[in-house]
Design a protein around this ligand. Structure first.
Ligand code: TRP
Length: 450
């Protein structure tokens, strides 16, 4: 492969997929997906989510990769280059904002994961589900402890981004994600053989659409973006590191399938266990941290699996977090002309500070609420359910209408051939179906229309 002067790039084909999958697969799949599925009634939510992945997520993922590889710039610079002197560049600004918000609460949850690595060997005296619950709640409400873990996580994230794209990201993702997959399958087997697990399976796969509110539909849409790392330019930035020889369609399809598979497998590990241990599926952000310790306690070698699981979850979170930070750093360094190192330190510090507020909003600041949400939930809601869908809608409109069919064809096919029908369907999705669906779900979900 020829190196692109002055800019890092991915080495191998598998490296590209592994890095993009490393970005997509993270806390979104394993922490967030099970708990929002639990909160929004189970199977109906899952099915709507899957539909959004197929008709909105996949085409927008391909769109981001096309933009990034074509422009060969960061999320904002790409629009400036492809459509100079237009308003499109403001899409990128949305993205940088979303990245700030997401990484601030993401770092908090990743910090919990680090804490849980040490749990099996330390201070959790296990007396059934109650004690697990009490432990989690007192931990996240503590004004100091979770901050330490959050800051450790943010420090690691910043450090890897400083080391650089290829060495930092590619190496990590390749080996560890497959191990995580195997471990989740082990957990699935344990969860499914627990007494009472079948109620959980029914909840997860037997839809009752009456249980799904329109806000739930918006959450499903937001999560399609969140889980696939879409809507804020992460995959524009990654696309810009992808070699022209790579097949973008293949990258998009593989990453989407891997991401969705992991989410469903995580759901199968968590939800049946929730029912088996008489916990609440609508528990909220603490769901996996309350459910999994019970699962580990009920299996042979549970301590070992627990440590391994939280180590891998932390690493999965890390490979996602670096991709979020990368958006901000690429912007600061390429557009604002900061040195990369300086940009990374600056962004990491700012995001960590906002993260501290998120963490405290679950404890001593829990009285401060906006629209009934604490800061943690608010930043999650604004970024996943507002900024990402709007960003995604604009990205698909950009590819559909501004880039247009000819340039899209050239970038995807890249000298090779492409089935005509593929292009027709893709253009229909990005021009009409995806943006209209997002628009409709968005205005109805936030309550602008009845
Ligand atoms: N997709 C990641 C997860 O599921 C989180 C993430 C990484 C992300 N990059 C993103 C979310 C960009 C939105 C946008 O954990």
């Amino acid at each position: 492969m020829t190196a692109i002067k002055g800019r890092d790039s991915f080495k191998s084909k598998f490296g590209v997929i592994a890095a993009a999958a490393g970005s997509a697969i993270g806390l979104g799949n394993i922490w967030k997906f099970p708990y929002i599925t639990g909160e929004n009634g189970g199977a109906a939510f899952l099915f709507v989510y899957l539909a959004f992945i197929a008709v909105i997520g996949l085409p927008i993922m391909l769109s981001e990769l096309i933009i990034g590889r074509k422009a060969h710039r960061n999320a904002i610079g790409s629009f400036k280059k492809l459509a100079p002197a237009t308003l499109w560049k403001y899409i990128g600004i949305f993205g940088v904002g979303a990245a700030f918000f997401i990484l601030s609460f993401y770092g908090v949850v990743a910090g919990w994961s680090i804490r849980y690595i040490f749990i099996a060997f330390s201070d959790l005296s296990y007396n059934g589900a109650e004690s697990v619950n009490a432990f989690f709640n007192s931990f996240i409400k503590n004004p100091l402890q979770p901050l330490i873990y959050q800051l450790i996580f943010m420090f690691l994230t910043g450090l890897i981004v400083i080391i650089g794209v290829q060495k930092g990201i590619e190496k990590f993702s390749k080996i560890l994600m497959p191990i995580l997959l195997v471990l989740i399958i082990v957990l699935d087997i344990r969860a499914l053989t627990l007494p009472g697990a079948s109620d959980g399976l029914r909840f997860l796969f037997h839809p009752d659409f009456g249980k799904l509110s329109f806000e739930g539909v918006l959450v499903a849409l937001g999560h399609a973006f969140f889980s696939l790392s879409l809507g804020m330019g992460t995959l524009i930035t990654y696309g810009s590191y992808i070699n022209k020889k790579n097949n973008l369609i293949r990258v998009a399809i593989n990453v989407t399938i891997a991401d969705t598979l992991i989410a469903i497998l995580a759901g199968i590990a968590i939800i049946p266990a929730v029912f088996a241990f008489n916990l609440e599926p609508s528990e909220g952000p603490g769901l996996i941290f309350i459910t999994l310790p019970n699962v580990f306690k009920s299996m042979p070698g549970g301590d070992f699996f627990s440590v391994l699981f939280f180590v891998l979850l932390t690493i999965a979170a890390l490979t996602s977090a670096i991709s979020i930070l990368e958006v901000v750093v690429a912007y600061f360094s390429e557009e604002l002309k900061m040195k990369r190192r300086v940009a990374t330190v600056f962004a990491t510090v700012l995001i960590s500070l906002l993260g501290i507020i998120c963490s405290l909003s679950l404890g001593i600041y829990s009285n401060y609420t906006f629209f009934g949400l604490n800061v943690f939930d608010l930043l999650d809601f604004i970024s996943a359910n507002i900024l990402l869908p709007i960003g995604g809608m604009l990205i698909s409109l950009f590819v559909g209408w501004s880039l247009g069919k000819y340039k899209v064809f050239k970038e995807i096919a890249h000298g090779g051939s492409l089935k005509g029908s593929f292009l027709v369907i893709f253009m229909f999705l990005v021009r009409f179906l995806a943006p209209l669906a997002i628009f409709f779900v968005f205005i109805k979900g936030v309550g602008l229309i009845d």
